[in-house]
Design a protein around this ligand. Structure first.
Ligand code: HEM
Length: 373
């Protein structure tokens, strides 16, 4: 376990020595040859090169292929759409005088946004939280549970079919989305169909649960720091730095895993080829050598966005960081406009998601009446 900022940077900055390939496949191998549990489809899906589980040169090629769709300039075009989805969600739910800010707001917003970006049709969006949880539980439990594996494999099979049909459809009727660009890249032989399917599905899954956690964590941290919340509610220009401090303080993906490819000495410890090396991003973000008073949530902290580790480091730096940041900013802004002086119920105790590969709240009940539109 690597827990200091400098050493986390060292591991993530050296993909040749610390590989992203192999951890998923060795987890799946623990199912043995149980095809009832979908062992072969899982091995097939995670055996294909896709961004977060590939090393160069495959990683470089796929990142180049998908990268353009996610640069801040492209993503800025979604801001108004994000605002209108967030406003609609909060208006629908808040009308009965209470809002469950995770399930009714922080969860559906990223599902809608990533679906728009990728090009997932309306009818298939409701299945996104399901496959996201299937994947999180399958990889988050050791050894893997065979029933969960079966369920996850079934979802994968369904999504392969849905995305294959969507890519075929884009050839006839192109649109301005990632699936249309994927169809062109397959036809230009820059990607194989299986790489495109695996990467698009990874983008869909990576794009929602983490952002849900970021929105929920930021609202929770503001609600439990009322002075800072009042300042942010009065001055929305402070929202972006509140989101950044939330990323530092409660990293939605607390750790990153790698496998050492060769012998190395890291922080005085010998690492052998084949060792699992886990970079604890959440710990790096609270490293006292890097941040003063690291265990205090403080939106006035002066650090640049590049100085925390919540989106990783190096070549695998989160491709979706511009979407996640913009979406969280818009969500907090819409929330504070409708609930400028919201408070948590007196008896509220945070319940965190049981799988510790993710740091996010299970629920966040808001009881205050909303301000008029
Ligand atoms: C608050 C929200 C998010 C957090 C905290 C987060 C965190 C991370 C982290 C820590 C990594 C590095 C993984 C590694 O080094 O192995 C990563 C990679 C990645 N993230 Fe995110 N992510 C978020 C949102 C998103 C969104 C919205 C998308 C969708 C577009 C996305 C897509 C990706 C992809 C594709 C990678 C792999 C990039 C590569 O390997 O080149 N993420 N993310």
């Amino acid at each position: 376990l690597v827990t200091t900022f400098d050493l986390v940077e060292e591991v993530l900055g050296e993909p040749g020595g610390y590989s992203s390939v192999g951890a998923e496949i060795s987890h799946i191998a623990k199912l043995g040859s149980d095809d009832e549990a979908g062992a072969s489809i899982l091995a097939e899906h995670f055996g294909v090169a896709q961004l977060n589980i590939a090393d160069p040169p495959d990683h470089t090629r796929i990142r180049r292929a998908f990268g353009r769709s996610f640069v801040p300039r492209e993503i800025a075009g979604y801001e108004e759409r994000m605002r209108s989805i967030a406003t609609r969600l909060i208006d629908i739910s808040g009308h009965n005088g209470s809002l469950e800010a995770v399930s009714e707001f922080a969860e559906p917003l990223p599902v809608e946004v990533i679906s728009d970006v990728i090009g997932v049709s309306e009818e298939h969006r409701a299945a996104i939280p399901g496959i996201t949880l299937d994947q999180r539980f399958f990889f988050g439990e050791n050894p893997p549970d065979h029933e969960r594996a079966r369920q996850f494999a079934e979802s994968l099979r369904d999504w392969h079919r849905v995305l294959t049909e969507a890519i075929d459809h884009r050839r006839v009727q192109p649109s301005d989305d990632v699936l249309t660009r994927a169809a062109r890249m397959i036809d230009d032989r820059r990607l194989t169909l299986t790489e495109a399917l695996a990467t698009c599905l990874h983008l869909i899954i990576a794009g929602n649960g983490t952002t849900t956690a970021l929105i929920g964590n930021t609202l929770y941290l503001l609600l439990t720091h009322p002075e800072q919340m009042a300042r942010v509610a009065a001055n929305h220009a402070l929202i972006a730095q509140a989101v950044e401090e939330s990323l530092r303080f409660e990293a939605p993906l607390p750790r990153d895993r790698r496998i050492a490819t060769r012998r190395a000495v890291l922080g005085g410890e010998v690492i052998h080829a084949g060792d699992r090396v886990v970079s604890v991003l959440a710990a790096a973000n609270r490293d006292p050598l890097r941040f003063e008073r690291p265990d205090e949530f403080d939106i006035d902290r002066s650090f640049t966005a590049a100085q925390h580790a919540a989106f990783g480091r190096g070549i695998h730096f989160c491709l979706g960081a511009p979407i996640a940041r913009l979406e969280a900013k818009v969500a907090v802004e819409v929330f504070l406009t409708r609930y400028p002086s919201a408070a948590l119920p007196d008896d509220f105790r945070p319940q965190w998601h049981p799988i510790t590969t993710h740091r996010g709240l299970v629920s966040l009940p808001i009881e205050q009446q909303m301000a008029p539109a």
